[in-house]
Design a protein around this ligand. Structure first.
Ligand code: UD1
Ligand code: MG
Length: 451
């Protein structure tokens, strides 16, 4: 059975107090919308439709960034969740199969839960996802059940005292045959306490037609919705707790797990060691047996077996570290490959560069990659020795087994095996230092007498 996924993301998210649309706020390095899209992709949907409204241009760009085949439809006015789903009607004209509706602001949705809903659809016409709440809250609609049958969903505002006491509540997700859903949506009115076209009116309308309506249950944690910055922080914290536990579980040593920040896609191999206070931005892979020392910041990079990074290192996008590479304190690496055993141990910037096998980059070395307009590359060969405080003015190359003298400003290529020195030659003046000291001390003495 083919599936169309509809993600509702038109709401303003007023309580976020933000210029950024709510669904684009990040959790663990990815916009909430991407978390939802990722969960939804487990259904291998034939259509994925995002209903955007507030900040729709930004939402469209972000959706395209995830997957260019995602369709974005506009809901000009936010007249309710039912009205929002109805905006996908034209895009799904002629589509035969199931529609699964999810909210863009529920980032913890598990692919497995979506699969269970689609499975329940085989025996029922309408399937709603519900969860039992520990504490009764007005924010959720109540599911009125009769055994397995879902009689109706009542929004809190419209509910009786008895209904408000029901703990089985609506997550907002729904699965239904496309044709049936759009027929039922045509019957939805805004005759309720909020004056909105509720998607939650659908189950009752389905029952009126004698269709089979049921609810599937999931954990409350999975349906956690984000409405405020405090919800966002809480959601991120929950994500971190889970991701850290998974890392430990998979055989990684994490010295102070609560201080390590992970992204949605962080990959760390077994027997790697992560010291305290390390931040993993998106797109980082650390192989087995590598060590990331304290206070390092990594994003968009790959660290191979046996490499040691930090403390206080920064790996930016495009940093590729081969086996046994050493990156020490206050070293920044960007868009650069370091071959096996290369060392950059102190206070350096290596950007738009390649460093050959077993080369040693001395303290304070900088690849001067930017001329104010364009970026240029630095190529360093194998077993080269770059003296401390060398400025490599790119584009420039240093050959295999070549050396640069400390403090050199290297502006032209250095051939294999050569030593390049590019600095003012040393001048020595015997006795001059003592003379200078005497002069200066005498001057100071005159000044203090005069004052
Ligand atoms: C909704 C449900 C409620 C459920 C709760 C779970 C309805 C009527 N109520 O209430 O039963 O317990 O979610 O969190 O469905 N949206 C649009 N366009 C609109 C309105 C909403 O795209 O016109 C989007 C929002 O951006 C959001 C989602 O739909 O992603 C849910 O809307 P929201 O206003 O948060 O609904 P709730 O009042 O929380
Ligand atoms: Mg909500």
């Amino acid at each position: 059975m083919s599936v169309a996924l509809i993600i509702l993301a038109a709401g303003k998210g007023t309580r976020m107090k933000s210029d950024l649309p709510k669904v684009l706020h990040p959790i663990a390095g990815a916009p909430m919308l991407h978390h939802t899209l990722r969960a939804g992709s487990a259904l291998e949907p034939a259509h994925t439709i995002v209903v955007a409204g507030h900040g729709s241009d930004q939402v469209r760009a972000s959706a395209m960034d995830f997957d260019p085949s995602v369709q974005v439809v506009l809901q000009k006015e936010q007249l309710g969740t039912g009205h929002a789903v109805d905006q996908a009607r034209a895009a799904l004209e002629g589509f035969e199969g199931d529609v699964v509706v999810v909210f863009g602001d529920t980032p913890f949705l598990q692919p497995d839960t979506l699969t269970r809903m689609v499975e329940a659809r085989r025996t029922h016409d309408v399937v709603v996802l519900g969860f039992d709440i520990a504490e009764l809250q007005p924010r959720y609609g109540r599911l009125v059940m009769d055994g397995d049958r879902l009689i109706k969903i009542v929004e809190y505002k419209d509910a009786t005292e008895d209904e408000r006491a029901i703990r089985f509540t609506n997550s907002g997700l729904m699965a239904c045959d496309a044709k049936v859903l759009f027929e039922l949506l045509s019957e939805v009115t805004n005759d309720n306490a909020s004056g909105e076209y509720y998607l939650t009116a659908v189950p009752e309308l389905a029952n009126a037609r004698g269709l089979k309506v049921t609810a599937v249950k999931c954990d409350e944690a999975e349906t956690l919705g984000v409405d405020s910055r405090s919800d966002l922080a809480e959601a991120d914290a929950i994500f971190q707790t889970r991701a850290r536990a998974q890392l430990l579980d998979s055989g990684v040593t994490v010295m102070a797990p609560d201080t390590v920040y992970l992204s949605f896609d962080t990959v760390v191999g077994r027997d790697a060691l992560i010291e305290p206070n390390v931040v993993f931005g998106p797109d980082v892979t650390v192989e087995s047996g590598a060590t990331i020392r304290a206070f390092s910041h990594l994003e968009g990079c790959h660290v191979s077996r046996g490499a040691i990074v930090g403390p206080y290192a920064r790996l930016r996008p495009g940093a590729e570290l081969a086996e046994d590479v050493r990156i020490g304190n206050f070293v920044e690496v960007k868009n650069a490959t370091l071959a096996t055993g290369a060392k950059v141990n102190h206070l350096s910037y290596i950007g738009d560069a390649s460093v050959g096998e077993a080369s040693n980059i001395g303290a304070g070395t900088i690849t001067c990659n930017y001329d104010g307009v364009m970026k240029h590359r630095t190529e360093i060969g194998a077993r080269a020795f770059i003296g401390s405080n060398t400025m490599l003015v790119a584009p420039v190359s240093v050959g295999d087994e070549a050396m640069t003298g400390s403090g050199s400003v290297i502006t032209s290529d250095v051939e294999d095996g050569a030593l390049a020195i590019a600095r003012a030659p040393q001048v020595e003046k015997p006795g001059m230092a003592r003379k200078l000291f005497e002069m200066l001390r005498a001057k100071k003495a005159r000044q203090s007498r005069g004052s």
